[in-house]
Write a protein that binds this ligand. Structure first.
Ligand SMILES: Nc1ncnc2c1ncn2[C@@H]1O[C@H](COP(=O)(O)OP(=O)(O)O)[C@@H](O)[C@H]1O
Ligand SMILES: [Mg+2]
Length: 241
């Protein structure tokens, strides 16, 4: 049975999609059969990989009786498949509301059979959809931009997760995102959380939007690519228990 890893945050613009693509690419490069499933209507994942979006078909995969595997397309990389998003997911929250709170989990249980790793690129928010994500995932990776408010948001999320899932809550790995060590606040926050892997603020990462490829494809020796390698090791260590 494969593992489900949700790249999740209440906040937008914190580096979720970039991290999801780079982690999925890194896992596949290690030979793990990997699926990246974009469930955010913004559809960043396909764009960042230079692939087509789902052209309005993404929502149908969530309909009753459907197998999400119908939406799988190959990517340019061995062992890495994609389920792309599109704007039809903009109401996914309400589409899934009222249905079983395990709906997403059930869809993922089918995909777990076929893949070693399923990476979910999640929309921002803390909603009924998030609760479904918390039920479905083995691990939540939460990018945290170094700022007091971001830490507070993380704490609120952890509080909610504990209330909602209790002992059944998935493991959580915060990852410091867009760290600029020239800034005293960033340095202090990074040093205060030595257990959290950190990804530097780097133009090499921003360029994913221009290159439309995972970072390791065009800048494998960059500081950011090395940092991502460390994140990957941590993720695998957490999954191994
Ligand atoms: N480590 C980083 N350094 C610099 N820019 C980054 C980094 N990670 C992400 N970005 C940029 O920040 C913006 C938001 O990133 P994205 O991955 O789309 O976040 P989210 O999915 O949380 O909205 C994008 O323009 C992206 O290129
Ligand atoms: Mg995103």
């Amino acid at each position: 049975m494969g593992k489900v890893i949700a790249v999740y945050s209440m906040k937008g613009g914190v580096g979720k999609s970039s991290l999801a693509v780079n982690l999925a690419h890194g896992m596949a490069a290690k030979g793990l059969r990997t699926l990246i499933w974009d469930i955010d209507a913004q559809g960043a994942v396909a764009f960042l990989m230079g692939l087509h979006g789902a052209d309005g078909r993404a929502r149908k995969l969530f309909a009753k009786g459907r197998d999400a595997a119908e939406g799988v397309v190959p990517t340019n990389w061995p062992e890495l498949d994609l389920i792309a998003a599109d704007l039809s997911l903009r109401n996914l929250e309400s589409d899934l509301a009222g249905d079983s709170p395990k709906r997403l989990r059930k869809l993922l249980d089918q995909l777990r059979q076929d893949y070693d790793r399923v990476i979910l690129d999640c929309p921002p928010g803390l909603s009924g959809l998030s609760d479904q994500i918390f039920r479905a995932a083995d691990l939540l990776i939460v990018p945290v931009v170094p700022a007091p408010l971001s830490l507070r948001t993380l704490d609120k999320m952890l509080e909610h997760l504990a209330e909602e899932r209790g002992a059944k809550a998935p493991a959580v790995l915060p990852v410091l995102s867009m760290v600029d060590r020239r800034k005293a606040l960033h340095r202090e926050m990074a040093d205060a959380q030595p257990e959290w892997p950190a990804i530097p603020h780097a133009s090499a990462v921003e360029q994913m939007g221009i290159k439309q490829a995972p970072l390791a494809e065009y800048a494998p020796r960059s500081v950011a690519a090395k940092a991502l390698g460390q994140v990957l090791l941590r993720v695998e260590a957490v999954l191994a228990g």
